[in-house]
Write a protein that binds this ligand. Structure first.
Ligand code: NI
Length: 182
């Protein structure tokens, strides 16, 4: 089981690496890591388990957050009371996006950023993501709102980009009127 300390902190320079495409079949180690990521994200969003195992709640994780510079990520999206949709995608690419942009009013969060960061991170309201499942089959996912933001946030990790990069600390809420808040 993953612990908080297994997740790289923002100060770790490995988070700035551009991760490399994976090839198939995935290694046993990568498959194991994917399981661990999904387990962490799921448990972290179930309050009693998050408390029991001392997990910080999160809905997405990219492999590089475990120090693995490979292009895969997992998202566990809560769609009901302790009900989750799980997404695992390798070599993901955003192939289309809405014109409209949105941002998380409460501020985005990241398992690698252990502090509150205020400010606007503009994201596409809707994206289509293409990539491969763990068996190397091509997949396409359409995401909107919170889920769309999660995909953009995690794909950024694969390119060494942190959400905090988008925020001007001197004017964290500038241009708020240009985007819709969620
Ligand atoms: Ni993150």
């Amino acid at each position: 089981m993953l612990k908080n300390k297994d997740i790289l902190d923002e100060k770790d320079k490995r988070l700035r690496l551009v991760s490399k495409d994976v090839t198939f079949p995935l290694s046993k180690e990568d498959l194991k890591n994917i399981d661990l990521m999904v387990e962490y994200l799921t448990n972290s969003q179930i309050e009693r388990l998050a408390e029991k195992y001392n997990l910080r709640p999160g809905m997405g994780m990219a492999a590089i957050q475990l120090g693995i510079p490979k292009r895969y990520l997992t998202i566990v999206h809560e769609v009901g009371e302790e009900e989750f949709d799980t997404y695992i995608i390798c070599n993901p690419k955003i192939v289309s996006n809405s014109m409209e942009k949105i941002y998380v009013e409460m501020g985005e969060g990241c398992l690698s950023v252990n502090r509150e960061v205020d400010g606007i991170v503009p994201r596409y309201a809707r994206v289509t993501v293409e990539g491969y499942d763990i068996n190397g089959n091509k997949i396409r996912i359409r995401a909107r709102e919170e889920l769309a933001i999660a995909f953009q946030h995690e794909i950024d990790h694969l390119n060494g980009i942190m959400f905090t990069d988008y925020i001007d600390p001197k004017a964290p809420f500038k241009d708020a009127d240009k985007y819709r808040s969620i």
